[in-house]
Design a protein around this ligand. Sequence first.
Ligand SMILES: [Zn+2]
Length: 260
Amino acid sequence: MRIGEHLYLVGSEQFGLSHPLDCNCYLIDGGSALALVDTGFGLGVDDILANMQADGFDPARLTHILITHAHYGHFGGAAELRERTGAQIGGPALGADILRDPYLEPGMRYNIKFDRYPPGFEAHACPPDFVFDDGDTFAVGDISLKVIVVQGHTKDSTCFLFEDGGKRGLLTGDVVFYGGKLGLLNLEGFSMDDYRRDIHKLTDLGVDMLLPGHSVFVLRRGQSHIRRAAHKLGDFVMPETFFETNEFMWERDYLKVMSE
Ligand SMILES: [Zn+2]
């Protein structure tokens, strides 16, 4: 689904593009290079490749698989996608251990404990071919991505800033969502102190397109959603978490119905 001049959404639970456990998976067309940002859980790989093809891209042209943070719903498909396309996996330096051994991912312990994964689930490691860290910039063909690490949701949470057709886009992973909601969790690696310390990195970017890892994206006035998030982090009242209103995603009966 084309959403920008060189930007596509090719996987997503909420937009009905791939498996119910998939995050939003964005495709950036840099001309000579193609990057997939996040891969979903791994059960939507066929859908993601079919969506790429429907948008006019031969999956064999994929060069980069970029992971915003080491939560399994964002990188579970990376190993298979690398195998089927030949693309290189780039992950956050601070999440590389988990990409190498996904059973270290703290949320996975809870999801197994609460029986939220499909029967026969096995996690797939995806050792990164390269890693990136805060302040790095790298090219996907003609498009340059700036790496901004905003800790809070996790220690490795990465946003990518880029320009597309005169608009400024920010891929936010689980850092900031529509309406300024935040990725607050009761989970190891999460920290309100980190969020409060790092949110300023996003407050002055003039973002048009806010492209979160789940649910609604916006193509204009993205910065206003970030402003609301920063405003809430500047107060002492606990901000809203995206994951509360979307907890249905994690309910077993929802998953069962949606996967049939
Ligand atoms: Zn996450």
